[in-house]
Design a binder for this molecule. Structure first.
Ligand code: HEC
Length: 162
């Protein structure tokens, strides 16, 4: 083979490799399309407005994030409320908010001042409204499964096969 021919051959090989890589890249981009934000609420506009007032009045965001937001000065390691309605029922939430000692329902590993406070003193209508609203905060199934899988694999170090 002459020098010039070798150069052309190498050129063709390199070109094919680049094309293959480019195609692979395009395919992976198509299959890994961003599925969007997995959180949504089934609450009516009116319920959302009323609930937002309570969430603000009782400073839930001092400790919890909701719609991805929380008060920036706080760093309490408490669960996010996004998607909570896929984990807890309205009845459970109402009982929880009504409990004199919420930790008797859900034990806490945190220092006293970081724990979920009791909202038993609130009027029943407000506890009810919070329960209905939080129960309306849902998360898409695929996200819940992915989260469960990631949690499981992190905790056990084994592959999740369900
Ligand atoms: C002082 C911080 C703080 C405030 C304020 C607070 N929470 Fe909590 N909350 C927590 C912590 C921490 C937990 C986890 C349980 C624990 O450690 O007591 C929790 C648990 C919960 C849970 C149960 C989570 C689960 O995993 O099932 C819900 C629902 C909840 N809070 C809603 C609210 C709402 C609604 C408000 C406002 C009306 C609020 N919280 C205000 C700290 C707080």
């Amino acid at each position: 083979m002459r020098k010039g021919e070798k150069g052309i051959l190498i050129g063709i090989v390199v070109f094919s490799l680049v094309m293959m890589a480019y195609q692979g890249f395009m395919v992976s981009r198509q299959t890994e399309e961003d599925p969007g934000i997995p959180f949504y609420s089934t609450a009516s506009k009116e319920l959302q407005t009323q609930a937002s007032l309570l969430v603000r009045r009782y400073n839930c965001r001092d400790c919890h994030s909701l719609w991805g937001l929380r008060n920036i000065m706080q760093s309490v390691p408490s669960p996010s409320l996004d998607g909570m309605g896929s984990l807890r029922t309205e009845t459970w939430l109402f009982d929880y908010f009504s409990a004199e000692d919420p930790q008797s329902i859900l034990p806490s590993r945190l220092k006293q001042r970081f724990r979920m406070p009791s909202f038993a003193d609130l009027p029943e209508s407000e506890r009810r409204l919070l329960a209905v609203y939080i129960a309306s905060l849902k998360v898409e199934d695929w996200y819940l499964k992915e989260t469960q899988k990631a949690e499981y694999e992190k905790l056990t170090g084994e592959e999740y096969t369900q």
